[in-house]
Structures are given as structure tokens and as C-alpha cells.
Write a protein that binds this ligand. Sequence first.
Ligand SMILES: [Zn+2]
Length: 292
Amino acid sequence: MTDEQDDMTDQDESRPLPEPGSQELQELVPDAETRCVYQVLYESPDGPLEMGEIRRRVEELMGKANLQMDRRLRSLRTYFEVPATRVPGQRNTFVYPLLGWRPDAEQRTARRAIRAADRALTLHSYGYRCAACGRSPKEDGVKLVIDHKVPLDLGGTNDPENLQPLCVEDNHAKQALFADYEENAGALRRSMTLPEVHLRIGELLKALSGQPVPKELIALVAREENQGDPAKRLRELRSLGWKIPCSKRKDGRKVRSFYTLQHWEPWPEQGPQAAVARLERARRRAQRQQNG
Ligand SMILES: [Zn+2]
């Protein structure tokens, strides 16, 4: 008889996997579609499934098609072991068993918490004022909370550069804005992580094509210093041939701007930044010639 102890991995087997509908899973995996993939993996009594079958079951449960399975799976693998496993004797068939927690899942969970020092540093560097409205606890009696500029669920980190103080009111407004686009979390995450501001804004608008997109959401996805100038970026996209009319709506005492993508052009080969800069140079040259 052989000693099977040697085959044990150092995975923590005492920690049970969260139930699909549990609070624990919801906190870990805020995206509903990703939780649905988890549920399908968790509840496959006849053994692990192939990707096509996982997709079919998830689409049935969610009641919609064209889900980005790769992304959902990647997101689950932050905490769980879900290896692609070749079916013995079949060259190109893989199944996806949910084996358990990743060995480093604890550290990864802890990573969501902001360190006290970073919290203090953030408040200090913003002069103890809300980054959106400028109000302070001392002068205006508001309560400040530490906000992730790019939310963790959308690929943001706990790095101090991604932190800012917001008053409770502005923090709620931001949460409400994102909640309106919960269905588009995948598109938001994808746009926010692109390397260039025109790509980030453009891909967001493409994902929400035909819908009026509030300026605040564009500013958030643009990720520019001090909220940037979304209107300028949209003018630049228009100079590349995009049609993005602006509409204004009254919202209480505020007038809010919305942008609706009606037509877009493929990204220029040299990248939008270079294309915009070249158009700008040509425009200035034409202006100089006109002025003699
Ligand atoms: Zn505020």
C-alpha cells in the first residue's frame, strides 16, 4: 500500500466554498453574471462541464446571450481554483472543475481593505475636503468617506492614487450612477483599463451606443486628472468623424449633459491620440496661412 499523504496539496481544505446565493459570495463577487457562472460550476452534480455547456446554462439562468465567459471565469479565478482540464483521450476537449479556494484567497480578500495610513494620507492630500464639491467636515459639517476613483469591481486598486475623499452625498451619487450601469459592468471595466483616454471614452460610448450617457460617467471612465474635460475629448472624437450629439436635461436644480453615440469610425492605425494631434496641427497651419 502506498502512502497517499504525499498527494495532498497545501490548499486549505477546511474552508468550505461559499453557497451560490450567500452574502459571502456576493461581497467577494459583486457582478451578478460572474456569480451565475460560479453557481453553474458549483451545481454540476454530474461532474465538471465544457465551456459551451457552462455558457448555455448561464445564459438560461440570466435570460440573456452573448456573455463574456472568459472575463467571468478570469474574475472567479481571483479567489477560486478553476483549471481548464483536458478530458482524457480527447485532444481538444476541456472541462472546468471548481476545485476550491485558491491557496492565497485570504490575502486577496484582505487586499480589498484600505490601509489606515493610506486613508490618512488621502484625507491630508485633499486638504480634508470632498474631491467633488470641495466641502469639508470642519466648515460644512459633511462626513467624508474614502472612495475608489476606479471602483475595485471595475479593476481599480487600493493604491493611494486611486483613492479620494468624497462627502457621503457625492459618494451616494457616484454609487447610484454606477448602479444605473450595473448591466454594463463588463463594458465599463473594459473601457476603463484601456491605455488611452480617447479609447476609454470611445469604447464606453460604443458599448452604450444609442443610449444617452451622462457626462459624469464619461469623466469617470476617462480617468483624467481633476475629472479632465470630457467635452473637449468628445470634440476630439468628433474631429475623427464620430457623431456624438449632446443633449441637456434638467435634474432638480442642476442641468445635466448627456452624450449619445450615433456613428463611429474605426480607430486610426497610429492611435487616436496621434490622429487628434495631427488634425490639430493641420488646423493651426491652415489658420496661419489664412492669417497671412
Ligand atoms: Zn461632496
